[in-house]
Design a protein. Structure first.
Ligand SMILES: O=P(O)(O)OC[C@H]1O[C@H](O[C@H]2O[C@H](CO)[C@@H](O)[C@H](O)[C@H]2O)[C@H](O)[C@@H](O)[C@@H]1O
Length: 366
């Protein structure tokens, strides 16, 4: 297609609506007048390139909304079709329950140093509407504390490190916040023989993230239910409590803010849009970094176990697959495309698994 200019009459002056009719009012009004002042004859021009850019933008918004819808089943379906049952059965065969396979897992771990990696939301705590109230149970905390006494244990999360620490409150663990971009080891006083680690590969983005957070707060405040969360090196824009009819508006606003920040990228989690630096760093890299810090970079005697529920955890599952080492365990009630090897249905099962591991260790040490 050539980049010819298309003349569009200025409807503000009431001079007919030729092409404007074809383009539709909603398509033109927020876009063209801002970019082009009216020409003396009352017409302004819009290039095909600009026109197709607008439609392209709308197309992208639609595909975001589709993906938000697809990944956000609101409630369990009352009936299950035969093909769904078959799909579930196949999935369970390929990703068996880590609880059912516990004995085999234990046998395979003999003589190896286990290192535990635990995602927070949807793994250690149930998914709830208010992200500020996603508390873990005391039982889960006890289980994590006990496992952390025997194995190096890291919490790997999209959240801000301080925030997740305020939920977990266990001093002897490693914490990798902001999708692994903010890593800190246990404080020296809490654990004498653990190494002191601090790594922040995206520190240069701190000011930019802060700025974008404030702009997003402003741009989304009139969308009921939208919540912007500052995760230090990344930002979450929650749409769990936003009516579906407003999702397109929300995505448009977020994307239009990000247009001014090409060094930031947008991804999607569980009813959340996540904004983070484009650097090549993710939960998988954080896992590798921690293994290296613990002295297991090239060890064949280490067994990393990663439990997570979200798309961002897939980066860690992929690393385990490519190392041909360790156990990736996905927490999910429904079949999902995943690089994990095992599955658990929900956080309570993760706590049972952690308790079993603790019980096993206890009997082993006695
Ligand atoms: O890596 P994670 O620990 O899984 O963090 C990912 C996001 O988790 C949080 O949001 C999710 O949990 C909320 C509380 O249950 C829920 O309301 C929300 O819909 C979920 O997406 C957290 O608030 C986000 O900042 C994290 O990016």
């Amino acid at each position: 297609m050539t980049n010819q200019n298309v003349v569009v009459p200025d409807s503000r002056k009431g001079i007919g609506i030729t092409i404007a009719m074809a383009l539709s009012k909603s398509l033109l009004s927020p876009f063209v007048p801002k970019l082009l002042p009216a020409a003396p004859d009352g017409c302004f021009t819009i290039s095909r390139k600009m026109f197709s850019k607008k439609t392209e933008t709308e197309g992208k918004t639609h595909s975001w909304v589709d993906s938000m819808r697809d990944s956000s089943p609101t409630r369990a379906k009352p009936t299950t079709s035969l093909s769904e049952t078959q799909e579930k059965n196949t999935w369970i065969v390929n990703h068996p329950s880590a609880l059912n396979m516990f004995e085999q897992i234990v046998n395979g771990s003999k003589g190896k140093q286990i290192v535990m990696f635990l995602d927070y939301d949807g793994t250690l705590s149930p998914i709830v509407e208010d992200p500020d109230r996603a508390f873990m149970t005391n039982e889960m905390r006890e289980a994590v504390r006990d496992v952390g006494r025997y194995f190096p244990t890291a919490i790997v999360t999209g959240r801000c490190r301080d925030k997740v620490y305020s939920f977990v409150r266990l001093a002897g663990l490693y914490y990798a916040g902001s999708h692994g971009m903010d890593i800190k080891g246990p404080s020296k006083n809490s654990c004498r023989n653990k190494r002191n680690v601090l790594f922040q590969p995206a520190s240069e983005f701190l000011r930019m993230i802060d700025e974008v957070y404030n702009v997003l707060l402003e741009r989304t405040k009139c969308i009921p239910g939208a919540k912007v969360e500052d995760n230090k090196f990344c930002i979450s824009v929650h749409f769990r409590c936003v009516e579906e009819k407003m999702w397109a508006t929300l995505v448009e606003r977020v994307r239009s803010v990000l247009n001014g920040y090409p060094k930031l990228r947008l991804t999607q989690g569980r009813k959340v849009l996540e904004i983070r630096p484009t650097i090549k760093w993710d939960k998988g890299k954080a896992l590798e970094f921690l293994l290296e810090s613990l002295g297991y970079a090239n060890s064949t005697d280490v067994l990393p176990v990663y439990i997570g529920d979200d798309r961002t955890d897939e980066d860690a599952f992929k690393v385990l697959r490519s190392r041909g080492q360790g156990l990736g365990i996905l927490v999910s009630k429904v079949p999902k495309e995943t690089n994990a090897s095992y599955s658990l249905q929900e956080p309570t099962e993760a706590s049972t698994l952690i308790l079993l591991a603790k019980g096993f260790l206890f009997s082993f040490r006695c």
